[in-house]
Unconditional design. Structure first.
Length: 317
């Protein structure tokens, strides 16, 4: 890279830091002023790290099972700042940390977890990395809330159909309101729920276009701290920097996904900028582009590698 290219790259990286701080020379403050105290833990961590790393279902492999406490602990040890978890609900009202729809591979079970009782779920044994029985059982969300009580950020996914039960359980753990970031699609039902909910948990809608962005922004009493943006191709609205800027100027962070869930474009979450590209020697083309576009959070399956790259990236600026 010649001198002019290096200077241009430096200017882009400097602009990224200013964008993430909300203003030149300022400090990060995402969310509305009236929810500053609830959001202080999140904002402190973004201010410190510049870009937070979310780890998809924790860090798992071998006999460490996805969506379990050990996977979440290892994710943090590997440089992750947020662990993402999925929720399912038993027929008798117990919340479990499990991505429903994956039962055949993860449990050798042909029934959806949401159709089973807690007694039936507790009897199931998870498969490990090589599809052997692991000796590990599906964990309850209550156990996760009891384990992580010291400021660890976590992202609650797939709770849209049981938001009342999710909030009721988290209300039993006062620390959770400062640690949990709940996300759902930007549906009228979810947005109205969080608008009317008296406990102002941090919320992040998943948006696919500017119509959904504008709709989510029309709700003014939600503690919205960010938006997860999906853009399968570079032609999509939420790949365009002027549209990303709309979200940032609303005081929200932008969450981008570098996880790759399959070989074809339909599995892409952000215009082909993914972990596989980064791990093949193109870190700057993948993760670096996300940084320069203003990502406040990147979700990955490879936290150690992304953490090392983040350290180099911001050290150089």
């Amino acid at each position: 890279m010649d001198g002019k290219s290096k200077q241009n790259d430096y200017n882009k990286r400097k602009a990224t830091r200013e964008t993430l701080c909300g203003r030149k020379g300022g400090t990060a403050m995402f969310g509305k002023e009236q929810y500053r105290e609830i959001n202080a833990n999140l904002n402190r961590q973004i201010e410190e790290k510049k870009v937070l790393i979310s780890v998809h279902r924790g860090a798992w492999g071998g006999n460490i099972i996805q969506n379990t406490i050990p996977a979440f602990q290892i994710a943090r040890d590997m440089g992750g700042d947020i662990f993402e978890l999925d929720l399912s609900l038993s027929t008798d009202g117990v919340l479990y940390v499990f991505h429903d729809g994956t039962e055949p591979g993860n449990l050798s079970c042909d029934k959806n977890l949401n159709t089973l009782s807690s007694q039936e779920i507790d009897a199931l044994e998870c498969n490990n990395w090589i599809f052997e029985k692991s000796g590990v059982h599906v964990e309850r969300f209550q156990d996760v809330l009891e384990t992580f009580s010291h400021g660890e950020l976590f992202n609650v996914d797939r709770a849209a159909n049981y938001l009342p039960q999710t909030i009721e359980l988290m209300n039993q753990y006062p620390h959770a309101i400062h640690q949990a970031i709940v996300k759902t699609a930007a549906t009228p039902e979810a947005l109205r729920f969080f608008e009317e909910c008296p406990q102002k948990y941090m919320f992040m809608p998943i948006v696919r276009n500017m119509e959904e962005v504008r709709f989510a922004l029309s709700f003014h009493t939600i503690n919205m701290v960010g938006m997860e943006i999906l853009a399968p191709t570079q032609k999509d609205e939420l790949f365009q920097e002027e549209n990303i800027r709309v979200i940032q100027e609303a005081g929200l962070f932008v969450w981008m996904n570098s996880i790759k869930l399959g070989p074809t474009e339909k599995f892409g979450l952000y215009a082909g900028l993914d972990d596989c590209m980064a791990l093949s020697g193109q870190e700057d083309e993948a993760w670096g582009t996300m940084f320069r576009k203003g990502a406040g959070v990147i979700q990955t399956d490879w936290p150690f590698q992304l953490s090392r790259y983040r350290d180099r990236y911001f050290h150089e600026t």
